[in-house]
Design a protein. Structure first.
Ligand SMILES: Cc1ncc(COP(=O)(O)O)c(C=O)c1O
Length: 412
């Protein structure tokens, strides 16, 4: 039966996807042994341990950075990095409006105001022109998120940050191993932060890391993450405000093994992403996230594409997602716009601010954010583990889309 006449799986027809996608997380005897070794060593915390220390060094090297500081999770990594940059009450930090809440809530956690700006239509990353427009005398830092693994315009953002005396922080929660002109993300800003939560490109269930090239920043961030201690000083001296953001030895040990697969998995996801670009070029109404020529590797936390629903018989995005899921293609839900989240709309975010900032209107919370809205409500995210499959898996993703397009009238 040809695709054009097949009934969609949502209406009882045959499923497009044959064999299942690879299952995530991936592990083998390496992780099992690593956990057992830590267990038997009786050294379960990082301070006297060897595993987390080794992991942060190895991970920093993987990201082309001098230093790594292992952290409890990606949200805390952002918080520690911002605190180490000196972000505090009265400051503003520019963030993309299209991201996970942690990018903005970490700024509030420091008592500063996240200023949301819209994204570029084609890359889904923060728009550097809008960043420049949003700078005020209160601005202290810019956070760029590498959405779905696709590097933001790091060189332009770095120039803007330099010109205005600001710090650039790269939120690399999606982008382990991604490259801009052959250089890995996290190495362009003052620092980069990573997440090892379960859905991420390497995982220990939870976990995070800060990478940096700067010795002074490393010393400051390491101190903040360890209750304000300083290396080499008496255990009970606390030189500044800090908290306990330390990663345990179990997580460090698992992540060392996960990291060994990082190179091969990143390469595979990137190659499968380019194959999908090629296959989707034949499908009218599918607009994949554009990869600029400077991006030499996208580690693809997700393969993201926008759907022109008019080319799919005018079905709703919800119906498109349901139909894809029924065909056996999973969707990782895209983020809602940050400015529209309850905590910003109901004003509760103000509880984290002080002085004038707690009282004044925040105009940017009511901007139209056209591109963020489009990305949030009209894009499909194929999760990273699907891109660890083979060419047949990629063809089936595209075949499912074509089938839905051909049978869209039945789905309205
Ligand atoms: C862009 C972004 N930043 C930060 C985080 C926070 O990471 P974690 O879940 O490890 O706290 C996430 C997690 O999904 C994320 O997607």
């Amino acid at each position: 039966m040809s695709i054009a006449t097949e009934q969609p799986a949502l209406l009882g027809g045959p499923k497009t996807k044959g064999k299942p996608f690879p299952k995530w997380p991936i592990h083998d005897d390496g992780e099992r042994q690593a956990v057992l070794d830590v267990l038997e060593s009786k050294v379960w915390w990082r301070t006297p341990g060897t595993q987390t220390l080794a992991f942060e060094k190895e991970f920093a090297e993987f990201q082309h950075c001098k230093h790594g500081i292992a952290i409890t999770n990606g949200t805390h990594a952002l918080e520690v990095a911002l605190l180490a940059m000196g972000v505090g009450p009265g400051h503003e930090v520019i963030v993309p409006n299209y991201t996970f809440v942690a990018t903005a809530s970490s700024v509030l956690c420091c008592g500063a105001m996240p200023v949301m700006v819209d994204i570029e239509a084609d890359s889904h990353n923060i728009d550097p022109d809008l960043v420049e427009e949003a700078i005020t005398p209160r601005t202290k830092a810019i956070i760029a998120v590498h959405m779905g693994g696709q590097p933001a315009q790091v060189e332009r953002l770095q120039q803007i940050a330099c010109r205005h005396g600001l710090d650039l922080l790269e939120d690399c929660a999606h982008a382990h191993g991604s490259e801009w002109k052959g250089r890995r993300v996290g190495s362009f800003g003052v620092a980069g932060t990573f997440s090892f939560q379960s859905s991420k490109l390497m995982t220990a269930g939870e976990g995070g890391c800060i990478v940096t090239a700067f010795d002074q920043f490393e010393r400051q961030a390491r101190s903040v993450h360890d209750c304000g201690r300083l290396p080499g000083e008496w255990f009970y001296s606390h030189f500044q405000y800090g908290s306990n953001y330390r990663m345990s030895e179990f997580l460090g040990a698992i992540l060392r093994v996960q990291l060994r697969r990082g190179e091969e998995q990143t390469k595979r996801r990137h190659e499968n992403g380019r194959l999908l670009d090629k296959l989707f070029a034949e499908v009218d109404g599918i607009i994949p996230q554009r990869i600029p020529p400077e991006v030499t590797r996208n580690s693809h936390y997700a393969y993201i594409f926008n759907v022109d629903l008019a080319k799919f018989g005018g079905i709703s995005m919800r119906k498109f997602i349901e139909a894809m899921n029924a065909e056996g293609i999973p969707n990782q839900a895209a983020y809602p716009p940050i400015h529209a989240l309850d905590c910003f709309q109901n004003g509760s975010y103000r509880a984290k601010l002080s002085g004038d900032q707690a009282k004044e209107p925040h105009r940017f919370l009511r901007q139209p954010f056209a591109e963020t809205l489009r990305a949030a409500w009209e894009s499909y995210w194929v999760p990273q583990y699907c891109l660890l499959g083979d060419q047949e898996d990629m063809s089936e993703i595209v075949a499912a889309v074509k089938k839905i397009q051909a049978s869209a009238k039945q789905l309205v």
